[in-house]
Design a protein around this ligand. Sequence first.
Ligand code: ZN
Length: 354
Amino acid sequence: MTKNIGWATSDAKTPLAPYPFDRRETGPEDVLIDITHCGVCHSDVHQARDEFGGALATQWPCMPGHEVVGTVAAVGERVTTHAVGDRVGVGCLVFWGDESQRGVAEEQYQVPPAVFTYNGNDPVTGEVTLGGYSDQIVVHEHFVLKIPAALDSAAAAPLLCAGVTTWSPMEHWNVGPGSRVGVAGLGGLGHLAVQLAKARGAEEVVVLTTTPAKREQALALGADDVLDMSDDDAVQARSGSLDFVLSTIPTPFDMKPYVELVAHDGALVSVGMLEPTLPQALDFGAVSQKRVTLAGSLIGSIAETQQVLDFAAEHGISAETRVIPIDRVNEAFDEVVAKDVRFRYVIDSSTLRS
Ligand code: ZN
């Protein structure tokens, strides 16, 4: 008789299905969480379908989910930062790469790499980590976030991956008053990036899209302007006008028009894309002429994850969500891929137990 139930798959072609299993025992520094909500991230789809390859090739079974919100059900004897009954979250990371990394500022950039919430290797059992598409999770207290009272649980979930993934580069590149910001793509990440950049005090936030129909949505989120990237004249008219362009486009794309928009000493930073892209998509003449920084950024640290939760609560920022029962998750996967949905699907985890 197993203790836990989740939804998982054992190969890239088979949809997720109920998967009984056992979470590890709650260790002295661990927190046991009864999960109430879990966001559906584009990475969940890539992992379940084994589309990353390389170091991120899928280990089976694959149980995705790294936008986890729930309630503390038990704590180990040495836990000091969380108590039974607290509303908490778990994002993309559940342990350091090794014990020597305790106390580092940026858990996500260490060698060996930190343990991912799913498709990592559990530091205690050595088995593949299973994510938040489940009824409970056991996580070391350092990697458990506090959910501020002002945030709704479902709307808070996407902040744990999508939110911090856009927040972290804004911290690193000091986006704030005076910044002229472009946000490419208005999906799950982009719609949070627009709100966060505005609330950080950016002088101007421009949504860069090839779907002009998204104009009204972008303005409603607080964007100052919307630029149709398929309109060469419109792009030329704004040449060199943005200090910081954050691309949330999840698949390889022609970066040349985006570089065109970047100002002297500005940056084009890609998040949410973890696959090779063609060198033809770049013109290093244009990059060099303006000393543009081309960069990528990977999720965010645990401290930054807490920061973005607190900031969102303070500024009334939340993800747009659609709460679904677990048995709609395979459909949600297809829609995330096909429709570039702006809102985030969030699983009502109570439906796992029924
Ligand atoms: Zn994610």
